[in-house]
Design a protein around this ligand. Sequence first.
Ligand code: FAD
Length: 434
Amino acid sequence: MKRKDFDVIIVGAGPSGLAAGFVLAKAGVNTIIIERGKFPGSKNVMGGIFYTKAMDDLIPEFYKEAPVERHIIEQNLWFMDDVSHLGVSFKSQKYNSEPFNSFSVFRAKFDRWFAKKVEQMGALIINETVVTQPIVEGGKVVGVKTDRPDGDLYADVVIGADGVNSFLAKQLGLRNKIKPNIVALAVKEVIGLDKEKINDRFQLRSDKEGAAYEMTGPFLDGMEGMAWLYTNSSSISIGVGVVIQDLIEHKTNPNDLLEKIKAHPSVAPLIEGGQTKEYLAHMIPEGGYYATPKLFTDGFLTTGDAIMFVNNVNREGSNLAIESGKLAAKTYLEAKQTGDFSSKSLSRYQDKIRKSFACKDLSMYKNMPKLLEEKRYFLTKYPQFFIDFVYDWFSVDGVSKPDKIKKAKKEFGDKFGYVNFAKDLYAIWRYMIR
Ligand SMILES: Cc1cc2nc3c(=O)[nH]c(=O)nc-3n(C[C@H](O)[C@H](O)[C@H](O)COP(=O)(O)OP(=O)(O)OC[C@H]3O[C@@H](n4cnc5c(N)ncnc54)[C@H](O)[C@@H]3O)c2cc1C
């Protein structure tokens, strides 16, 4: 008789694995989650803004008991050079009421709490166990090998929720080795600061309200990347992620960039007097839609960062991971009705992913990586021009405003050419908006 220890084995207790485990256990499926970390979340890093919708669908009003920091009521996008920032800011009281759009969180706390919920549903989670390879029999995935003695486990289906490096998907030939142009290396520091100081500096009325800042522009020297600063209850999360290919070409590293950001005159006063509590590093998938690998094979489904399900433009990853985990679980439940876990049966997962809001968003941005590769000056020359123009506009220096506009028009024409500018606008429309 064919050996079977569980109905489903999930590899990885990040948001995608835990979401899949929650749905499966709730439906009475005998599920095990295998996590290599000391506990779920111990190895996981995020900026981290957590969008609530996907989780709230799973556990309504989860934020009332989950370890969340502040709900975000203000979003800022800053274009920075070395001495200035030009920002777009949005703050709304509409974000100040339940069910809340997003929270700042610490993954080490949040994943651990989520894992407890999954256990309460009936799934088994084992920590400090590394899955070393899939077990394949007759072309079908039937289980996994672990680093424990006699650690082979068998199931109907294995779900690979093992993150950006996903060795399982690689070993099964579903994806290639990640190229350095589709993955970013990110570092993050948590800086302890009094609640009152945070409230004052960020104009927040209580330690429940939070603000989020994203920073890009010429200060990154033309590298594709983003820095961020988020308020937690009594600390600040600050970090930067840059595409690895760019780090190699610019012979730099994210640690130096983070120090540069912390010293920036617009950022330094916000973190002044704070004490570094934690320093973390992790990779972020950046390839978007075209980097999505094959999602399934006989007896196997893969989710979350392992399928590059990250929308970097809108800084969404953890919620997309939850969404894909739920869809993988639903696919299993459908397949279980016929007992058919073949590739053909599991291919329903692909349709579900395609129809999801997340995939539609990724599809909209699908040409973004190519656009930025071809037109890197979108991140440098254009923002620099507008930073300089705004500086000039607000400087009262005896030059009239009409003369300033005339000068700016000429400089713009000399620098970019109006025909080229029209072409660039068309490229944005063609690649992103259309
Ligand atoms: C620096 C940074 C900032 C980010 N900021 C944000 C943000 O602000 N908002 C947002 O929504 N998203 C953000 N993201 C993205 C988000 O963190 C990911 O999209 C999300 O965590 C993916 O979840 P996952 O479950 O697929 O993978 P992961 O969270 O990576 O979980 C994978 C799990 O699998 C385990 N594992 C791996 N291999 C094995 C193995 N062989 N055996 C056993 N266990 C294994 C790991 O230990 C880990 O627990 C950020 C990511 C980074 C790196």
